[in-house]
Design a protein around this ligand. Structure first.
Ligand code: FAD
Length: 295
């Protein structure tokens, strides 16, 4: 099933993200965790491509397993920045052969070793080139792209960021998933601005449950997200107690989701980070809400 159909059907959707293993030896443990999450029957699951510490090697195997064994619609991520057009074409062919039609088209972070390169020699500089290539390859692919309520770290300002975001949508991207954020007002503000700029596709807020104190610094560095005082207090109070921090982090993420839903947002993506217990807890915290479906 196409993700665009799930997002546009006027019911609440809750999706989870997983990442592939970093090493061959951790494949089985990741597979088990992913399967536990798939058994929760989320609206769909996304599998990252070389992000969150995972490699790109197993993205497709995992995505295929989720779809075929558990019948959960799957979104396979694909990045392009350090690749050649030929290599990416081969990857696209593999995705298509695996029967996956939902693709998250990303540029990827620029590797440190390429920062000072002459970019005119690169085969890809931005995600839009991948979106165009995907559409040319198969116009029936359902393509998603990333967006940044607090602007992408490389952008000079939000106006410029939204200008390029619109280009991605105009090139054929059917939905957007946001970078993590911890203050819903930032999302509401962003939505207002992109709608004003003429971007009308569904936007799925990406919610990251921060469940241990060590995660905080890394997550904020990666995303450049603002940390509200309410969240800081929670980390200060519970950061040294792993069980309490986990409970508080899940409660914070649940609270964000409930507020989003109450404000008319019907699709939520949770960065569940291969943690079935956290995915399960968030889903069960929302059980009555998921049950109401009176949008
Ligand atoms: P782009 O859309 O190319 O944007 C990057 C920057 O370039 C922005 O500042 C933008 O404003 C600017 N820009 C865009 N188009 C143009 C243009 N035509 N001309 C000039 N400037 C332009 N990384 C992974 O490695 N694997 C993953 O699986 C993964 N999944 C992600 C999922 C989500 C939901 C998000 C939010 C991020 C994910 N990332 C992943 C991280 C992502 O790869 C990085 O944030 C990366 O730096 C930017 O990717 P992008 O696709 O947003 O790039």
């Amino acid at each position: 099933m196409k993700i665009s159909q799930i997002l546009n059907n006027n019911t609440f959707s809750l999706s989870f993200e997983v990442f592939p293993p970093k090493t061959d030896t951790s494949f089985m443990s990741v597979k088990t965790a992913v399967e536990e999450i798939a058994k929760l029957k989320p609206s769909f699951m996304s599998v990252t491509y070389g992000a969150g510490g995972g490699t790109s090697k197993y993205t497709l195997d995992i995505a295929k397993d989720i779809k075929e064994t558990y019948g959960v619609p799957t979104l396979a991520h694909l990045t392009c920045v350090s690749s050649s057009k030929e290599t990416v074409k081969e990857k696209i062919r593999e995705i298509e052969n695996a029967g996956i039609s939902n693709i998250m088209a990303l540029r990827g972070d620029i590797p440190q070793s390429m920062i000072n390169d002459d970019r005119s020699r690169w085969e890809y500089t931005h995600a839009i080139e991948l979106i165009c290539q995907l559409k040319e390859f198969n116009k029936d692919f359902c393509i998603g792209a990333a967006c940044y309520p607090e602007i992408h770290p490389e952008s000079r300002n939000q106006k410029e960021d939204i200008f390029y975001l619109k280009e991605k949508v105009d090139a054929g991207c059917e939905f957007l998933t946001t970078q993590m954020f911890f203050d819903n007002n930032l999302l509401y503000n962003f939505l207002y601005k992109i709608r004003e700029a003429g971007i009308t596709v569904p936007v799925i807020p990406g919610i990251m449950p921060i469940t241990n104190a060590n995660q905080v610094e890394r997550a904020l560095k990666l995303s450049g997200s603002f940390m509200p005082q309410r969240f800081k207090s929670l980390v200060d109070k519970f950061g040294s107690n792993p069980e309490a921090m986990k409970q508080a982090g899940i409660a914070y993420a649940t609270d964000q989701i409930i507020d989003l839903y109450a404000n008319g947002i019907t699709n939520i993506h949770v960065y569940s980070m291969n943690k079935p217990d956290i995915a399960e807890k968030i889903q069960s915290n929302l059980s009555c809400i998921l049950g109401t479906q009176n949008i």
